[in-house]
Write a protein that binds this ligand. Structure first.
Ligand code: ADP
Ligand code: MG
Length: 337
């Protein structure tokens, strides 16, 4: 589901990612194809264990060495295949082109150094990797400006603080600031607001939307929460058990969800003013990726399951939408009969 009006910055084509356990190698992500242009936000959404983080990490070559690998397909960044890059080339991309932020903001900052030192170092590293130089004073000035941009109050004082002196929301702002200090073309945000309370989460999402517009950064946003998707996504790719099951503009996902898994995720969003009602949850669990049953992976949890679903559904393109479900596959009814 690409927006053809803009050339893609990031493109995954038939991406396949495997892990090794003992002598067995099994796929945790299969047949993933998506694209993202400058200034756009693509959300990868699905329950825990669906392969979202593995997909984001693969873009930056961050799969665990020796056990995880890209076993097929391509990840193109500005037309270059990232999978084929050397470690040195990937380091340069990470230092100056693609940034990543994680949920665990406490672990992502160095507890022994002040915020100021960590921010100025991000700026200096960027310049070094780009083969340029920047004085300490310039790096300090840029860091201070970044904090202001992040909506951090009393930035001069914050620069002298240590991570443990800050609230979770403030630490996450600093990490976003550090990620943006690299002036990335692409920001990968893996559940960046999951550990925060709802009010702070809303502030951080606002901040990210604002920065994306101001800096034209592309964002690959990973979350399990459809409420968050509704706040930030231009495009949505719903993942289930390592596969794309639905991919569309955000409007198409929210107004016209087709896959039963998407329907289930949407029904689990809390509705304002309907407190006290029990939240809907999809029954059952994501199947074990090491021992997948043949056919549709959502079959056992699907309210529409039928015999045909014992075969893997093809991906069907319906206007802007792609959906992997027999109910929408042309001829599906006939095959069943
Ligand atoms: N280091 C690893 N070694 C083996 N399997 C892994 C590793 N990391 C993730 N996996 C497996 O890959 C699958 C997808 O994981 P992940 O991408 O973390 O899911 P999500 O981010 O959607 O919650 C899971 O089944 C998980 O067990
Ligand atoms: Mg994850």
């Amino acid at each position: 589901m690409a927006d053809s009006s803009q050339p893609p910055l990031l493109e995954a084509r038939n991406l396949r990612i495997t892990f090794r356990r003992g002598r067995r190698e099994f796929a945790v992500v299969e047949d993933m194809t998506f694209s993202l242009a400058a200034g756009q936000t693509l959300c990868l959404v699905g329950e825990s264990g669906c392969g979202k983080s593995v997909t984001g990490n693969a873009v930056l070559g961050l799969l665990p060495q020796g056990s995880g690998r890209v076993a097929g397909g391509e990840i193109l960044f500005a037309g270059r295949d990232l999978v084929a890059l050397s470690a040195g080339e990937m380091r340069r991309i990470r230092a100056g082109k693609i940034s990543i932020i994680f949920q665990d903001h406490a672990a992502s900052l160095n507890p022994a150094h002040t915020i100021g030192r960590q921010l100025t170092e991000s700026v200096r590293t960027r310049e070094k990797v780009l083969g340029r130089g920047v004085s300490r004073r310039e790096a300090y000035g840029e860091s201070l400006a970044l904090l202001e941009r992040m909506g951090v109050t009393s930035p001069v004082w914050r620069m002298r603080q240590y991570p443990h002196e800050l609230s979770g929301g403030m630490r996450q702002r600093i990490l976003i600031g550090m990620a943006l200090a690299k002036k990335p073309l692409l920001l990968i945000a893996d559940e960046p607001t999951t550990a925060l309370d709802v009010t702070v989460q809303a502030q951080i999402l606002d901040l990210m939307s604002h920065l994306r517009r101001a800096m034209d950064t592309a964002i690959l946003f990973i979350t399990h929460d459809m409420g968050v998707v509704a706040e930030i996504a231009d495009f949505v790719l719903v993942m289930y058990a390592g596969q794309m099951v639905e991919y569309d503009y955000a409007g198409g996902i929210f107004r016209n969800p087709l896959h039963p898994y998407t329907e289930g995720l949407l029904r689990s969003i809390p509705q304002p003013g309907r407190t006290g009602e029990r939240l809907f949850a999809i029954e059952g669990a994501v199947p074990d990726l090491e021992n997948l049953p043949p056919g549709c992976r959502f079959r056992e949890r699907c309210p529409y399951g039928r015999p045909l679903c014992a075969r893997m559904p093809p991906v069907t393109q319906l206007e802007t939408k792609q959906v992997r479900c027999w109910r929408f596959a042309p001829g599906g009814e006939k095959i069943e009969a």
